[in-house]
Design a protein around this ligand. Structure first.
Ligand SMILES: Nc1ncnc2c1ncn2[C@@H]1O[C@H](COP(=O)(O)OP(=O)(O)OP(=O)(O)O)[C@@H](O)[C@H]1O
Length: 360
């Protein structure tokens, strides 16, 4: 797809049902290519997230999800180049920001929530100081005002007894509590876009569910736009309004979450969903689905990056990069041999409806 002209758009209708006060913004990523030295990790990626909705960026390890997340937060490591493209939030291109505009963008417009809260927090500084410094340093508040705001921010993310928690160090908190602190810090200045880079991967399932619910609640309250990075389709089923599937740094499919789960058109997406469905339904001794091969072994500049592992691939898949085509309204697919609709190619994933309390 030429993403600049035809970025797929998210469709509302996901978990948040209240009418929120929308602070979020449309996000439009166009023709984005990013390289680590001579290695191109992201190629010609484009998508759009409607204000107040959540888009999940999914794909196996190494597909380029975090690279896009870091680019949108302008946190890419030194030596990384954004070769082309734009990432527009609130109508402004984050890629081209410099100086004060860039400093203000971080936190004010775009907030980044990392997977590892323990690594992100300073181990020798009490929680209260870490949170209140956001208000005093960035917001210019007096110390007492900043401390009061820190306590209020911790209460907002359902931390009980925040007056006690502000006196604690990060290692004294559970993983879930640390992630709540990180969410409070990320949302301190009501950013337009929250980028959540697998923030629940390190947590056990019950804490994970609590954190997911917290973000859904916060989103329903303030209409935050969310880019959710994950390889976990059950999290996608829980959280996303729309989904973009990456593979080998390229976008293979993008649509609203229901079309993606019910009528995936890219064979790779279908295989990801088969893994998800088998993980949910597998009885003891029943085999889990897996995708044979590994993505890291196949870095291609021409052809479909999934071709070496795809059972539908032929010569054209190897020699020509598929263009992204809108096969149904807002359903974009890059594939020379897309799956058919209304045949056995469809997957019905009741788990999605169950995750959404029966919505469909
Ligand atoms: N700092 C770096 N230097 C060089 N190559 C990198 C760097 N960071 C990532 N890469 C490479 O870029 C590609 C995309 O990596 P990225 O971390 O964006 O993928 P991902 O989909 O987020 O994977 P994961 O789910 O494992 O985090 C991979 O091949 C990776 O090895």
């Amino acid at each position: 797809m030429n993403a600049a002209s035809s970025a797929p758009s998210a469709t509302a209708g996901g978990p948040a049902t209240a009418t929120p006060r929308v602070i979020g913004s449309d996000v439009v990523v166009s023709d984005l290519s990013i390289s680590y030295g001579s290695y191109c990790a992201v190629r010609d990626v484009g998508f759009e997230i409607k204000a107040g909705t959540t888009m999940a960026l999914v794909g196996e390890s190494g597909s380029g999800k975090s690279t896009i997340a870091l680019a949108a937060s302008r946190l890419l490591p030194r030596g990384t180049t954004i070769d082309s493209g734009s990432i527009c939030v609130n109508g402004k291109d984050v890629v081209r920001m410099q100086g004060n505009e860039l400093r203000e963008m971080r936190g004010d417009t775009v907030a980044y929530l990392a997977q590892d809260a323990l690594a992100a927090l300073n181990p020798v500084v009490r929680i209260g100081r870490q949170v209140s410094e956001i208000y005093s340093v960035r917001g210019g508040d007096r110390k007492t005002v900043a401390e009061a705001k820190a306590i209020a921010a911790l209460a907002q993310v359902n931390i009980n007894d925040p007056e006690r928690v502000v006196r604690m160090y990060p290692h004294q908190l559970s993983g879930g509590m640390r992630q709540r602190v990180m969410i409070a810090m990320a949302l301190a200045f009501e950013p337009a876009l929250l980028i959540a880079d697998e923030p629940t991967t390190a947590l056990d399932v019950t804490v994970q569910a609590e954190i997911l619910q917290l973000i859904v609640d916060l989103q329903a309250r303030n209409g935050l736009t969310c880019l959710w990075i994950t390889h976990d389709m059950s999290v996608v089923a829980e959280m996303a309004d729309s989904v973009t599937v990456l593979y080998g740094g390229r976008m293979l499919e993008s649509s609203d979450v229901y079309s993606m789960f019910d009528t995936p058109r890219q064979p790779y997406t279908r295989k990801l969903l088969d893994c998800f469905a088998s993980g949910r339904s597998a009885k003891p001794k029943e085999a889990f689905s897996a995708i044979p091969g590994s993505p890291s072994a196949h870095s291609t500049t021409t052809g479909c990056p999934f071709a070496p592992r795809c059972d539908r691939a032929d010569d054209v898949c190897v020699s020509e990069t598929p263009r992204s085509v809108e096969l149904a309204p807002d359903h974009w697919v890059a594939c020379h041999h897309p799956l058919d609709v209304g045949t056995d190619d469809d997957v019905k994933t009741p788990a999605l409806a169950a995750s959404r309390g029966g919505q469909s």
